[in-house]
Design a protein around this ligand. Structure first.
Ligand code: NAP
Ligand code: HSE
Length: 453
């Protein structure tokens, strides 16, 4: 018997002319977009009542000779290595930027907007660093930029902030928004992998950035946090104004110590609006209680908790990186872009709507802390460190000096302090003094202990 859905979609395909997409980038995500349209193109046309049909008209790559793993045959003649040829091709009506970086990608997106071709991008670095310029161009040329894939992979968090929560003042976001670092922390914790081996796995699974330093130094998550905060609070946020640290310094000692205290270590993004309108925005490895829902976000999964003044708290969970989840968001944006060609969908970016905005300096942000020192193992060391903390009026809730089981006679040992809540600036001042002590051998490692609401 004939499948009624198939009959419907086939008849729908014939009802609208197909729109040509220029795909700049055919790596992990770009080829995922091809596969998704190949697999679900007719479904999309059916679901839009015959309103949207899409095909890839041109593909930009660096190296045309590379073998590409895709479903279906990609005609060799649609590949180009010249981005201007992609933008200028009259068969290209919508441009998808998936090459990454902030230089060529900027030129491509700017040229597409000037040519009045709607843009879809997953490039959070580009939008966090140069979004203000691009969204001004978007407004000037009345041509939208869609960027659902730029934050949290397959989770529709941008639409949530732009549409579903539009009637809310957003009081806070907190979440895990880098899949690679969450994957690495999980593999170090659960399988005892080294940092380097866990990163290699994440790269082979297509989760990491072309430059994985951005994943592990916290800046990929920071770029995403900047996009969320800019949408929520309406003023441009400069990367230089925020404090970011990544997971490179996390050692098995920290993971095991956290576990023994009932915490897990996660790379956490915290965005919060204070009553005076100042916005706190931080990304750092943090201890969070095992009982907190974010503690059960494992592997490449992301989760973003959004606190709206009207909706209250909501949690969004899903795959934060990888080929298919990211392609899912890009394709959703493509359909929206196709609709916008028929009827203006209004401005979709972040043009400032707040006169003045202030980012809370990191020194003024307060939490409790876990601090690890590398010290010479001799009597009196704990007292020396504790005295400086006391001089700065920083309370200590615990201290521990684990013996290195593989070398109990080691000259240097880890010494851990758990500290009461205080401003980060106060802690920094104390740490600067502590670093000068003869017994302290390297820069102390600090994680925040978050009490999430
Ligand atoms: P990728 O696998 O490294 O692919 C990049 C593609 O762009 C390749 O096809 C490459 O060509 C092409 N390319 C790079 N620079 C180029 C240039 N200057 N001119 C022409 N072509 C160029 O990257 P990806 O993982 O797909 O990521 C693409 C974008 O999506 C990035 O902005 C990333 O942040 C974002 N994103 C990725 C994920 C993810 O899970 N991977 C998730 C969300 C967002 P060749 O194939 O010839 O080398
Ligand atoms: N490298 C990014 C991550 C890709 O691991 O989260 C998704 O933005």
């Amino acid at each position: 018997m004939e499948n009624p859905l198939e009959a419907f979609t086939l008849s729908a395909v014939n009802t609208c002319p197909s729109l040509g997409v220029g795909l700049a980038g055919f790596g992990t995500v770009g080829s995922g977009v091809w596969n998704t349209l190949d697999r679900n193109g007719a479904l999309i046309t059916g679901r839009t009542g015959g309103g949207v049909s899409l095909h890839i008209a041109k593909i930009l790559v660096r190296d045309r000779s590379k073998t590409r793993a895709t479903t279906g045959d990609v005609p060799a003649e649609i590949f180009t290595t010249d981005w201007r040829a992609l933008i200028d091709d009259p068969a290209v009506e919508i441009v998808v930027e998936l090459i990454g970086g902030t230089t060529d990608a900027f030129e491509i997106v700017a040229a597409a907007l000037k040519a009045k071709k709607p843009v879809v991008t997953g490039n959070k670095a580009l939008l966090a660093e140069r979004g203000v310029e691009l969204f001004a161009l978007s407004k000037e040329h009345d041509t939208p930029i869609h960027f659902e894939a730029a934050v949290a992979g397959g989770i529709p968090i941008i639409r949530t902030v732009q549409d579903s929560f539009i009637g809310n003042r957003i009081l806070a976001f907190s979440g895990i928004i880098n899949g690679t670092s969450n994957y690495i922390l999980g593999r170090m914790t659960d399988a005892g992998l080294t940092f380097a081996d866990a990163l290699t796995e994440a790269q082979s699974l297509g989760y990491a950035e072309a430059d994985p330093a951005l994943d592990v130094n916290g800046w990929d998550a920071a770029h995403k946090a900047i996009l969320l905060a800019t949408l929520a609070y309406g003023f441009p946020i400069h990367p230089k104004d925020i404090h970011v640290s990544g997971i490179e310094q996390v050692r098995p000692t920290d993971i095991h110590f956290a576990k023994s205290l009932g915490y897990v270590v996660k790379l956490l993004a915290v965005i919060r609006e204070h009553p005076d309108g100042t916005v706190e925005l931080r990304v750092q490895p943090s201890f969070i209680a095992k009982s907190n829902i974010l503690a059960s976000v494992h592997g490449v999964f992301n989760a973003v908790a959004v606190h709206g003044d009207t909706a209250g708290e909501s949690l969004f969970y899903g795959r934060g990186a990888g080929q298919n989840p990211t392609a899912s968001s890009v394709v959703a944006d493509l359909v929206e872009a196709a609709r916008s060609l028929k009827q203006s969908s209004g401005h979709r970016g972040f043009l400032p709507y707040r006169e003045k905005g202030r980012i809370l300096p990191a020194a003024e942000t307060s939490t409790a802390y876990y601090v690890r020192f590398d010290v010479t193992d001799r009597p009196g060391v704990i007292a020396e460190v504790a005295k400086i903390l006391a001089d700065h009026k920083i309370g200590i809730s615990g201290t521990h000096s684990p013996v290195n089981p593989s070398n109990p006679d080691a000259e240097f040992v880890d010494m851990i302090f758990l500290l009461h809540t205080c401003p980060f600036g106060k802690l920094q001042a104390a740490l600067e003094e502590i670093e000068q002590l003869d017994c302290v051998n390297s820069i102390p490692v600090v994680f925040r202990i978050e009490s999430l609401g």
